[in-house]
Design a protein around this ligand. Structure first.
Ligand code: SF4
Length: 237
C-alpha cells in the first residue's frame, strides 16, 4: 500500500462527512481488510449505525477486558439484536491475567501509572494487537476535541503503534453532533452516558464527570492528562 496515496486520500477527505470518510476509506482498503474496534461508546455506536446504513460488510470487534461495567455488556447485547450483526469478542490471554492479578492484586491500576499501563497492555493492547495484525486499517471513534492527546487526529493516519492505518471518520465532529445523530437515528447507547459518563472503559477506571468538566476527566482520574491513554491510541507515527 502506497503511503502517499493514503496521505493524499486523507487530505481529500479533510472536512468531509463521516459517511463519506467511512465509505471512501473502506472502498480504498477493501472491506475484508478493515474492521471497526468498538467499546460501545457514543462515537462507536454512531460508526456502527453508519456502517449498517451504508451496508459496508466490515467486521465489528470489541475487547472484553473482564472488568467492564454491566451497562457495557447490556449495550453490546442490545446492539447485536438491534442490527442483527455479529460482534467479534476478544479476550485477554488467560495466563497473563492470572499472573498479573496473582502478583499485583486486583486493584493494581490505582498503585502506579506503570501498573495501570501493564493492566491495559494485558487486557486491551495485546488482544487488540492480535486482531490488528490481520488487518490493513482499523476504524476508530476518535475526535479531535476529546483531549489534548487527540488534537491532531486526521481522517486517515498511519498508526505506528500497531503498524496499520487508522480511519477516523469522526475526527472533526463535535460531541453535540454525535448525540444529535444518536437521538435522531434511535441508535442504542450505553445507559451510563445518562448518568454523567461521557467516556466509558473498565468499571474501576471510569467514573461520572461534573457538568463542564473535561470529557476525559472520568477516565483514570487519579493520573495527569498527558498519561491518559491506554496504549490503544497513543502513537501517531
Ligand atoms: S482500563 Fe483499568 S481495568 Fe481496564 S485494562 Fe486499563 S487499567 Fe485495567
Amino acid at each position: 500500500m502506497q503511503r502517499e496515496a493514503v496521505e493524499q486520500l486523507s487530505r481529500e477527505l479533510a472536512g468531509k462527512s463521516p459517511e463519506k470518510i467511512l465509505r471512501s476509506a473502506v472502498d480504498f482498503f477493501g472491506a475484508s481488510q478493515v474492521a471497526l474496534a468498538s467499546s460501545f461508546g457514543a462515537e462507536d455506536q454512531v460508526l456502527f449505525d453508519l456502517l449498517h446504513k451504508a451496508q459496508l460488510p466490515v467486521t465489528v470487534f470489541t475487547l472484553d477486558t473482564g472488568r467492564l461495567p454491566q451497562e457495557s455488556y447490556d449495550v453490546l447485547d442490545s446492539t447485536r439484536k438491534h442490527y442483527g450483526h455479529e460482534i467479534e469478542v476478544l479476550f485477554p490471554e488467560t495466563s497473563a491475567v492470572e499472573n498479573m492479578q496473582s502478583r499485583y492484586g486486583p486493584n493494581l491500576f490505582y498503585e502506579s501509572v506503570e501498573l495501570r499501563r501493564e493492566c491495559c497492555r494485558i487486557r486491551k493492547v495485546e488482544p487488540l494487537k492480535r486482531k490488528l495484525s490481520t488487518l490493513t486499517a482499523w476504524i476508530c471513534g476518535l475526535r479531535r476535541e476529546q483531549s489534548v492527546t487527540r488534537s491532531a487526529v486526521a481522517p486517515i493516519e498511519w498508526d505506528g503503534a500497531f503498524g496499520l492505518y487508522k480511519i477516523n471518520p469522526l475526527a472533526e465532529v463535535t460531541e453535540e453532533w454525535v448525540w444529535e445523530y444518536i437521538k435522531s437515528n434511535h441508535v442504542p447507547y450505553n445507559a451510563l452516558h445518562d448518568r454523567g459518563y461521557p467516556s466509558i472503559g473498565c468499571a474501576p477506571c471510569s467514573r461520572a464527570v461534573k457538568p463542564g468538566e473535561d470529557i476525559r476527566a472520568g477516565r483514570w482520574w487519579w493520573e495527569s492528562p498527558e498519561h491518559k491513554e491506554c496504549g490503544l491510541h497513543r502513537e501517531k507515527h
